[in-house]
Design a protein around this ligand. Structure first.
Ligand code: SF4
Length: 329
């Protein structure tokens, strides 16, 4: 379950007990409901391919926030995790925001509980707080500006050099940005369970078997993985890189959902997911995978679960988010 900043908007949810249609019929039903509700479906790159197929827009956190900010739809169906749907609600108080599974949380957002972050932030009161978008609305409300992995270095570059910075919640992204920008920053020690799962040893063995493959990594990965990467970037950055690279083979160190779009863009190239430490599917985000096509259909049919939020909290979270959008325009 995610942080308690927002909740199911309806006190009583009428669950539809009828069996959902399947296959093409299910997709057709979703498209029909989309028209009926004047809804837009936004999906993150880490969602299953079948969800990406019915989405109106697929993107990374920054693109989805930008898209949510400019939509004219009455209903936003967010195929992603809780903090993303919450972000859409912060930007769109008048629109209904639905999340197919309210339990689709985020280990990184949960590694930064507001009751612990508040005293940390107060202890460094002279610091400017830059928070990665993967955090709850309460953490956003305690921040000066939000960033994503696409724009973090550009935002840091706009902070005067004498201004100390506190960065949270992701320690790996924070350490990567310190190395990249040369700016010292005080870090919150949060992390994503998916991006800390990759095994350096297995990655090197895989590289020995595929010597011409380039290693592409998301900056939420640990330094021991990032130091072997040929390219480090956001999910959109990784996607653009494979499109433009003359390379034919790539090892991908992030959630493997992105590989669906990579294969679509470059069917002639080969993409190999970076191996996790254990023989498990831990490189798949368990939170993202809670959303299914059936739950997407059900949430549109029932109008729930819906994200709702206290207006005072929303306004405090909006300021740093809007600052990010203005700085990224
Ligand atoms: S991959 Fe990590 S950071 Fe992204 S939603 Fe899942 S748990 Fe959160």
């Amino acid at each position: 379950m995610t942080s308690g900043s927002s909740s199911v908007g309806t006190a009583f949810i009428t669950q539809d007990l009828a069996l959902p249609p399947s296959g093409r019929e299910l997709e057709a039903e979703i498209r029909h409901l989309k028209r009926k509700l004047n809804a837009v479906i936004l999906a993150h790159f880490y969602q299953d391919s079948e969800i990406q197929e019915v989405a109106d827009f697929i993107g990374d956190s920054l693109q989805l926030a930008q898209q949510a900010a400019r939509t004219a739809a009455d209903v936003i169906v967010f195929a992603g995790v809780h903090f993303m749907a919450e972000t859409a609600k912060i930007l769109n108080p008048a629109r209904r925001v639905l999340l197919p599974d309210l339990n689709a949380g985020c280990s990184l957002a949960e590694s930064c509980p507001p009751h612990l972050f508040r005293p940390f932030r107060e202890h460094y009161a002279d610091h400017l707080v830059i928070s990665y978008i993967n955090c709850s609305a309460e953490i956003k409300a305690m921040s000066d500006v939000i960033c994503t992995s696409s724009n973090a270095d550009r935002i840091i570059a706009q902070v005067p050099r004498e201004q100390p910075i506190l960065f949270g919640p992701d320690r790996n992204l924070g350490n990567y940005l310190i190395r990249k920008t040369g700016r010292p920053m005080r870090l919150w020690q949060g992390f994503c369970i998916v991006h800390e799962t990759f095994s350096e040893q297995k990655l090197l063995r895989l590289k020995l078997r595929h010597p011409s493959a380039q290693i592409l990594a998301h900056p939420e990965c640990e330094e021991r993985v990032l130091r072997h990467a040929d390219y480090i970037g956001s999910t959109t950055g990784l996607l653009n890189y494979v499109r433009e690279s003359p390379g034919r083979e790539f090892i991908i160190a992030t959630e493997p959902g992105i590989i669906y779009q990579m294969k679509k863009a470059c069917p002639e190239k080969t993409f190999i997911p970076a191996p996790p430490e254990n023989s498990c599917a831990c490189n798949q985000c368990p939170h993202m995978r809670l959303n299914t096509l059936e739950k997407l259909w059900l949430c549109m049919k029932n109008g729930a679960p819906e994200i709702s939020m206290d207006e005072d909290l929303r306004l405090r979270a909006l300021r740093p988010l809007q600052r990010m959008l203005d700085l990224s325009a």
